[in-house]
Design a protein around this ligand. Sequence first.
Ligand code: DSN
Length: 440
Amino acid sequence: MAVAPSTFEDLRVATLHDVDPEVAALIGRELERQRGEIELIASENFTWPAMLEAVGSVPTNKYSEGYPGRRYYGGCEVVDEIEQLAIDRARALFDAEHANVQPHAGAQTNMAVYFACLEPGDTILSLELSHGGHLTHGLKVNFSGRLYTIVHYGVSRETNRVDYDDVLRLAKEHRPKLIVCGGSAYPRTVETPRFREIAQEVGAYLLCDMAHFAGLVAAGLHPNPVADCDFVTSTTHKTLAGPRSGFVLCKEEHAQAVDRAVFPGMQGGPLNHVIAAKAACFRIAASEPFREYQSQVRANADVLAEALQNGGLEVLTGGTDTHLLLVDLRTSEWTGKEAEERIAEVGITANRNTVPFDERPPTVASGLRLGTPAVTMRGFDEDDVREVGAIIAESLRPGADLEALAVRSATLCRRRPLYPGFRGYCAFSHDGEKALESGS
Ligand code: DSN
């Protein structure tokens, strides 16, 4: 039982478990949930213990509006160094002319670019959400769809890959000021040289949202979009395996506009603890062990696609070039929602996703999006992932023995423990063990 601190002095040294056993227990339960399920949500990952250490650290206390060397507060000399390190490492990692590491999340990275190069009402040409795009690429209910004129391109009905002729046709017809490529559910390589040709032909700026595949880019396993694009945006917590956050890369000529768009345009104080984590994330992403990790992410994605197809399921485009794939359920008796719920019963977490030309609404959808960054992070190899594919395929058969399949998932989780070195619910918690006890 935690003893609630009764004085200010007690509170000053109390742990989370002491002050709020309820929240501590919930965090402990969340760790146990992550440990006990096979995580296939393509945008999620289990970040490094070093990241948890940095995001739980004291730069969170510091206000520092502005940029290194140009702040509106005193005492910024250390956070200046932290942010400059993050900027330098992001630029070096992706070979970029300029980096802004202050955006709090992926949505803010895209907002920053739009604010930097567009006026309200300007036209954006981007990938349709149901074909693999993202809500910040122009969904009507998102700020992007409300502020800008949106025209979407899609994938070809025959190949389910981006139809570049159609992108060119639409670009010529609508003369967008900005073309956006990349997205959150496109399993194939984003061919930025082709987008660059189109953007040049119509005089548009080009933005690549590499949030999903940035880790593969860092590891040299997906072409680097930076040279082809005016702007590149990314999160840091997906394949990149860093803290939950974002960053923008751009050509030097857009540096001032992007920086102004982020601050004072749309954000206040930077999250300095998260920027510290981003700096460390970029350092890790430049290392050989990270390349090994990303190679395994890719290998596992190929094996998962193969195992699902061997199990009788249809995989959109027949496979993947990245870390994610889409199971197309239109020829099966399952909706995406039902399939998501069914595999949850056997210990596998994923999300329903629309497929191109889907006739079902996104809340139901006809696809299942699966990705391998998280399972690879906990050590799953090709054999493990082949077993995961078999469990999914078997669970979607009539009369499947769900209990037996759940046991197979649990066996895999036990064999590949998540955060095995943790004493409590976080890497360096001094009382996390108590929280785990009270949460179980
Ligand atoms: N929500 C993220 C994803 O799942 O892809 C994108 O922001």
